[in-house]
Each structure stands twice: as C-alpha cells, then as structure tokens.
Design a binder for this molecule. Structure first.
Ligand code: FE
Length: 130
C-alpha cells in the first residue's frame, strides 16, 4: 500500500475534466447507461482516474443491469475505503479510492458469487489499463 495522494481542490480542478471533478471530488453520480465502461468487456485493470491506483480487475466485472460498471471484488481489500453515506434519504455504503479519497460509487449486498457484493462504480472515476 503506497502513501496517500493529497491535493487541493484547485489542483484537482486543474487535473480533471469538469465531469470527472464533479463525480470524483464532489460525489456526483453519472447518468446510468452513459459511461464508457458500463458495457465494456475488454480485459485489463481499472485504475483510479485521479491517482492511477489499481482498483478492479476486468475478471471481476459482470453485467448487473444497473447501467454502471459493476464488480464483485476490488483488487485488494484496502485498494478502496468504505464509508456510510446517508445522503439523498438513503443509507448506503460509499466506495472511495483509499489512496486519494476519490468518490467511486457505492457497494451493495446483491452481487454475484463468490462475494455477493456489487461494487457499483461510475465509469468516469475509472480508467482501463489494457
Ligand atoms: Fe485515487
């Protein structure tokens, strides 16, 4: 596990597109079925778009039908960090990049075997390294 990546809001704004900034740093959600990785079946490793940390292998990606890229397991238990999210009148578990605290999406208990987890991610917070 490497060291934390910490940048100011201005530094993130300069590095990211406005859409990436809104999701990754301001916790917005991309529209379902709109992201480039929703239906992607290419092989590789999905990295954090903010800091490059390896987050998910394509071998753990599956079609959830949600409209967002979904995985049943992160690359390492500590590549992501979980937090309780009580926004929008719901109690959900937020998934963040453990290295730079980018908002990635949420995790739910309705995923497939072997973990039963559904890591429901925003495409825009990821970059696929083939
Ligand atoms: Fe990151």
């Amino acid at each position: 596990m490497g060291s934390k990546v910490e940048k100011t809001e201005e530094e993130w704004r300069a590095q990211l597109t406005p859409e990436q900034f809104a999701v990754c740093r301001m916790k917005a959600t991309e529209r379902p079925f709109s992201g480039e990785y929703d239906a992607c079946k290419d092989e590789g490793i999905y990295q954090c778009v903010c800091c490059g940390t390896e987050l998910f292998h394509s071998s753990t990606k599956y079609e959830s039908g949600s409209g967002w890229p979904s995985f049943w397991e992160p690359t390492q238990p500590d590549s992501v960090r979980l937090e309780t999210d009580q926004s929008h009148g719901m109690i959900r578990t937020e998934v963040l990049c453990n290295t730079c605290d980018a908002h990635l999406g949420h995790v739910f208990d309705d995923g497939p075997p072997p973990t039963g987890q559904r890591y429901c991610m925003n495409s825009i917070s990821l970059q696929l390294k083939k």
